[in-house]
Design a protein around this ligand. Structure first.
Ligand code: ADE
Length: 262
């Protein structure tokens, strides 16, 4: 997978070099390119924002640097087939052209569709993601409208709260998506058994010692009875989900938690 990130704070993304994602980058499973939006400004102050038309607080990101920067990425990755640009995965420009849907442009925004595990799975199947990190009061709407007329654009929200900019949201999305790419997580079973993969929150986990500060591991987990363990874990998932996130359950399952212990 190729990932391009456009930001006025490229240094934010140096953390991508560590941990699991760092390994994925080294092995070529994920190729990340971080671009500075200010490289696409042409004034002395490298201006990327201006006051909003119609008045109001804050500043809006100007369309021209975004247009130029995104054009450069699109031109580079969907350029002439004879151009033998080979990246670390061995993908050529021809591979990019073969994906006729083109890259998916994602702009983190509190006004976007909610980012979920389901969306993370969809994004993990994409060969090329381009993330545009907005700052201030947002990006001039025409940037979204223009690139939506040329390809696929999604506004994506991390949740019902407001961040100062898209960088942290992009980091979260890359981590959620990156670990779903085949070959990324050592034990694929650990992907299946975690929160949200089956629509439920995950069950509580325990390791040795079996007794710690007066708290014992639930005896069923020491029983060796795999059927009983699976049932207990599923019950725990249901109870936890009913208690903490009843909104995740279909209506018939979302009775009050008391019913779980009958
Ligand atoms: N940018 C600002 N707030 C955001 C949010 N909640 N999700 C994604 N991007 C954002």
């Amino acid at each position: 997978m190729r990932i391009d990130i456009l930001t006025i704070f490229p240094e934010f993304f140096s953390v991508l070099d560590v941990s699991l994602l760092g390994k994925a980058r080294q092995s070529g499973l994920i190729n990340v390119f971080v671009h500075n939006l200010r490289d696409h400004t042409h004034d002395r102050h490298n201006t990327v924002d201006d006051t909003p038309y119609g008045g109001g607080a804050g500043m809006v990101m100007k369309p021209e640097p975004w247009g130029e920067a995104l054009d450069a990425i699109l031109d580079e990755t969907t350029s002439d087939v004879t151009d033998e640009a080979i990246d670390a995965t061995g993908d050529t420009a021809a591979d990019a052209v073969a994906n006729d849907a083109g890259p998916l442009l994602i702009f983190p925004s509190p006004a976007g569709d909610l980012f979920t595990q389901k969306m993370a799975r969809e994004l993990a199947a994409e060969p090329h993601l381009v993330f545009g990190c907005g700052r201030y009061e947002g990006i001039d709407q025409r940037v979204f409208d223009h690139f939506a007329s040329r390809g696929r654009v999604r506004l994506v929200s991390l949740g019902d709260y407001v961040l100062n900019g898209g960088e942290v949201a992009v980091m979260a999305m890359i981590e959620a998506v990156g670990r779903l790419i085949p070959g990324m997580v050592g034990n694929p079973e650990s992907l299946v058994e975690e929160s949200h993969e089956d629509g439920l929150l995950e069950y509580p986990s325990y390791t040795k010692p079996s007794s710690w500060r007066g708290l014992d591991v639930p005896p069923v987990l020491l029983s060796g009875n795999h059927g009983a363990i699976a049932t207990w874990r599923h019950d725990q998932q249901l109870e936890r989900t009913r208690r903490v996130r009843p909104d995740l359950l279909p209506p018939a399952n979302a009775e009050p938690a008391e019913g779980v212990h009958e």
